[in-house]
Design a protein around this ligand. Structure first.
Ligand code: 1HN
Length: 394
């Protein structure tokens, strides 16, 4: 953005002596002229786009590349807080349009993480929210604030804001999962903070693993019956979902129950993971969905001003984002930046395709600026306009 603003000034030789002298004094005073020097007619400035825009690009990270590299990371770096060790052994996914930032979208960071058999990633906490998607490993677990959630491929686990958490692997095979965190957003807001000092909880420098204070997987027995919630427990934190984990088997059977419905023209059979107590998004900054694309299903294009990270969980398909076609299959990760036309297709005529996705929609809704456009079969466009939060189609 800053580069664009600076380009608004032409080369110095095109300016009069007075203009040059004036511009210099403005720059020396920590300001920049907010006009085009060479303007002959009205033209929006680069910092005033007439369409939503940004530098993030559509991109896919294929598991055929990521998988071998993350497994190999165990040979090059240990897990822990000592020499040659990392607190978290992660490969950070960088959107080529946002590099060198550690960012997949304007608002979200993502990484793939490895925990080898017997390892524990030490407890810490942060103000950022994390959503985690399990790719591999039968013995992986995450503990959050004294409750352990056991994880298998396709499962999801949430990490609410400022909750102590550690991850471990009691299995015989590598535990590999994908993390999404709202780091770029919170960093921009000046409110991303980490706490690595778990000694204050255990009182023991050598013990970075959380003592468990609740039965393993308890949140799922309490809260994963859709619309039926216990009245004998109350959550201490009403802004965070009490349900930390989701089993892939539950997600699949939910999608299967709906498979004969028409579904969404843009997303097939799509479901959102909500806070079971409040019914709102799973986290203040994140909306998470699962979608089933039935064999051969092709969706219609739409675009909206929230950005989405997708994780392919089953099957194979392609997503066309403006002029770019992203081909995906199991464990591939891809990004659809905000305000890009996109449509999905299941490339198989026999098998289902399932995508998980995480978006920053709740943030956009909170500021009252949700906007979406949909294209129908004949190419006509339906638009919500800039009304405060759709769906109010114009
Ligand atoms: C984090 O807490 C985890 O807990 C993984 O597994 C990656 C990247 C940046 C900041 C915090 C984790 C992270 C992270």
């Amino acid at each position: 953005m800053m580069d664009n603003v600076i380009k608004m000034a032409p080369s110095e030789s095109e300016l009069s002596k007075h203009q040059q002298n004036y511009a210099q004094r403005v720059h020396d005073s920590d300001m920049i002229e907010g006009w085009w020097w060479d303007s002959t007619e009205f033209r929006p400035r680069p910092d005033q786009p007439v369409e939503p825009s940004g530098p993030a690009v559509p991109h896919v990270w294929n598991w055929s590349t990521v998988g071998p590299l993350i497994h190999e990371s165990g040979e090059v770096v240990g897990l822990g807080q000592g020499p040659g060790e990392a607190e978290r052994r992660v490969l950070v996914l960088r959107n080529p349009g946002l590099s060198p930032q550690y960012a997949m979208t304007n608002t979200f960071f993502g990484d793939v993480q490895l925990i080898e058999p017997g390892e524990v990633a030490p407890s810490h906490r942060h103000t950022t929210t994390a959503a985690r998607f399990v790719f591999e490993g039968m013995g992986g677990w995450t503990s959050v604030e004294g409750e352990r959630v056991d994880l298998q491929p396709g499962d999801i686990v949430m990490n609410p804001q400022w909750a102590w958490h550690d991850h471990g692997n009691d299995g015989d095979d590598n535990f590999v999962f994908f993390d999404v965190l709202d780091i770029p957003l919170l960093t921009h807001l000046g409110t991303a903070v980490w706490d690595f000092d778990y000694v204050q909880v255990t009182g023991d420098k050598a013990n970075k693993k959380q003592p468990l204070t609740r039965p393993n997987n308890q949140c799922m027995s309490l809260f994963d019956s859709s619309g039926i919630v216990p009245r004998f427990v109350s959550s201490s934190r009403t802004d965070q979902s009490p349900l930390l984990g989701y089993r892939y088997t539950t997600v699949r059977s939910t999608l299967d129950k709906m498979r004969d419905e028409k579904g969404s023209p843009n997303d097939g059979i799509i479901v959102e993971f909500n806070n079971p107590e409040s019914g709102i998004s799973i986290a203040p900054t994140m909306s998470m969905c699962a979608q089933l694309l039935r064999p051969g299903e092709k969706t219609l294009s739409h675009r909206h001003n929230w950005s989405t990270i997708y994780i392919a969980i089953d099957g194979r398909g392609s997503t066309v984002v403006d002029d770019t076609t992203l081909e995906w299959e199991k464990n591939d990760i891809f990004v659809v930046p905000s305000w890009r036309w996109h449509k999905h297709s299941n490339r198989s005529n026999e098998t289902d395709a399932v995508l998980y996705s995480v978006s920053d929609l709740p943030i956009i809704e909170k500021i009252g600026l949700r906007r979406e456009q949909q294209q129908n079969e004949s190419g006509d466009i339906k638009d919500t306009g800039w009304t405060p939060n759709c769906p109010v189609w114009e």
